[in-house]
Design a protein around this ligand. Sequence first.
Ligand SMILES: Nc1ncnc2c1ncn2[C@@H]1O[C@H](COP(=O)(O)OP(=O)(O)O)[C@@H](O)[C@H]1O
Ligand SMILES: [Mg+2]
Length: 308
Amino acid sequence: MTSVLEISGLKKSFGEKKVLQGVDLTVPEKKVFGFVGRNGAGKTTTMKVTLGLLAADAGEVSVCGETVHYGNTKTNRFIGYLPDVPEYYSFMTAMEYLKFCGEITGLPSNESKGRCEEMLRLVGLADEKHRIKGYSRGMKQRLGIAQALLGRPKLLICDEPTSALDPLGRKEILDVLVAAKEETTILFSTHVLSDVEHICDEMALLNDGKIVMQGSIEEVKSKRRSNAVEIQLEREADAKTLAGTFGGFQVIKPEVLLLKDAAVVSDVLRFMADHDMPFVRMEKQEATLEDVFMEVLKSGSGNGKEGK
Ligand SMILES: Nc1ncnc2c1ncn2[C@@H]1O[C@H](COP(=O)(O)OP(=O)(O)O)[C@@H](O)[C@H]1O
Ligand SMILES: [Mg+2]
């Protein structure tokens, strides 16, 4: 599998503060990749090193197979970047702004108009005639994505594109990112887990200066050690017997039990079969990313990459 971004052993301190303490990260091609971590975890720092805007103390970053050097932006020809707080010439319209960006980044002028229109359509701003100064935050973010995609980057880096938005604005951005996946690989940072659950193919969790988890959403969810199982019995009396026989049951309703410890499921099933206890349904409660992260962070397994 080809990867667009490879980070290995990345370290960065600010004075005494060790922010990145050996970050290893691989972003595969044509995926939406969620880069998750609480505020101050070091997400923006990692992105700035990737863009050659910040010098690393140790480690290596490569984009499309080429090593990134601080201050030398050759690898940035592969990257489109949406900073956390994008700035604009607010007297321009979206079209004027994109054409201007195309000009300064060397987009051939015969291509420019068509490409700018295409990108404005992608982000839902094609019919917007107002100047940027009248834009909402979400519209500005969408314009930023259009601009970042203009030069057909191999990697689109978006720094917390949804963080300051209301639910509608947030959904619009997520939809745009999913649409942009046709064009490129997307790395976006967030501290909002539901955004990751909705649109990402893969994700990594940055905590205490290291990646403590990386993989597909399914892989990450399956890391959860205990998947609870809910059992609804036909007869209340059987539910009572089960709860009395096995320790780990929580009584949800008189005939519905929640088994926290999935390890004893087969024992419970055998017991039910032996004692002829019919059931209405039995289902595994799916872990949310939130559950998994709480578990990982609590267990303090911040000692390296799990999975992959
Ligand atoms: N230029 C800087 N000088 C000193 N400290 C910094 C600088 N940039 C970031 N930091 C600190 O590094 C930590 C990580 O910041 P950042 O990468 O912005 O986190 P995130 O984007 O995950 O919220 C924070 O504690 C922040 O205060
Ligand atoms: Mg940040």
